[in-house]
Design a protein around this ligand. Structure first.
Ligand SMILES: [Zn+2]
Length: 310
């Protein structure tokens, strides 16, 4: 019922032009949209929170962006924020995290159809076409349990080092979980190279999706360097922006900004919900986290800054 009321309220806001007002009010801010995957086939029990967006919903989002926003390459947007160069009104950039094959098979054709740029952040250790990230293993194991069980497990496991997490997962879920869902397949390097050749930059997101806030300095710097070097070696180029796995405040450390800058980075992406201004720390950039639950009105509200932003 509350969902229906919210949907009706958002539809009313659209009709009364509130989104246009919101867009006007935030037109000088820069928005960076964060997606993970686009899939029409994923098991809804695994995707209960809309982590992957249905292709039809993604296309609705792109139509809104193409019609009302100035979508630009992420590195141009970050460079403008850093240098104080005026951005076009309603500047926006699109990003994808992790490196799922559906980024290539589902998202890319739609991005190309609407001629919209996007940047893809890949976890280089996942790019072998077979790796299944740990959170999908948790979701698969608990697929018939209440959602709260999954949410609690993910919150707990995110905060561990990779080594501790592997131990905890073995204790809790044993060896029994192997299979998951075709929608979870990751890209191989051939797909990553093809993305780059088609004009879509690829950036670093660590080697094994570690939390930069819960590992030692040595591990963090090794994961950052190795992931960036691998992308450069495999594709011949790399986005100068880095995306922090998990992305909330506890999962990165402002101390690492200098190390990222030494490696040629001009900015770092969090998953902290919000818009960006020239005064925003370029190594703590906010994003707008988009899910499959953002129907056309909810997406317009999110993008306009009317809802869900500071
Ligand atoms: Zn990630």
């Amino acid at each position: 019922m509350r969902r229906h009321l919210k949907a009706a309220a958002l539809r009313g806001a659209a009709i009364s032009g509130l989104f246009a007002l919101g867009r006007h009010r935030t037109r000088r801010s820069a928005r960076i949209f964060a997606y993970h995957g686009v899939s029409g086939t994923i098991d809804p029990r695994l995707n209960f929170d809309g982590f992957f967006v249905h292709p039809n919903v993604f296309e609705q989002h792109l139509r809104t962006l193409a019609g009302h926003y100035h979508v630009m390459p992420l590195d141009d947007l970050v460079t403008a924020l850093r240098t104080g160069t005026p951005l076009p009104d309603c500047a926006a950039a699109i990003t994808f995290d992790d490196g799922y094959l559906n980024n290539f098979t589902e998202a890319l054709p739609l991005l190309e159809k609407y001629r919209l740029p996007a940047t893809f952040f890949i976890t280089t250790g996942f790019i072998d076409g077979t790796h299944v990230p740990w959170w999908w293993i948790v979701r698969h194991a608990l697929r018939d349990q209440p959602r709260t069980a999954v949410i609690d497990w993910e919150a707990k496991l995110k905060r561990l080092s990779a080594e501790q997490r592997a131990l905890e997962m073995e204790k809790a879920f044993g060896e029994t979980i192997t299979s998951t869902d075709d929608a979870l397949t990751m890209m191989s390097w051939d797909y990553v190279r093809e993305l780059v050749q088609r004009g879509y930059p690829v950036g670093g997101h660590t080697v094994s999706h570690i939390s930069l806030g819960h590992e030692t300095r040595d591990i963090v710097l090794a994961e950052v360097s190795e992931s960036m070097q691998r992308i450069q070696a495999e594709t011949g180029t790399i986005s100068p922006v880095f995306s922090y796995p998990y992305g909330e405040a506890e999962h990165f450390n402002p101390e690492w900004s200098a190390s990222l800058a030494e490696r040629g980075c001009i900015g770092g992406l969090t998953t902290l919900q919000g818009l960006n201004e020239p005064k925003t720390d370029p190594f703590r950039l906010n994003r707008l986290n988009v899910t499959g639950n953002h129907d056309r009105y909810a997406f317009r509200a999110l993008a306009s800054g009317l809802l869900g932003t500071k």
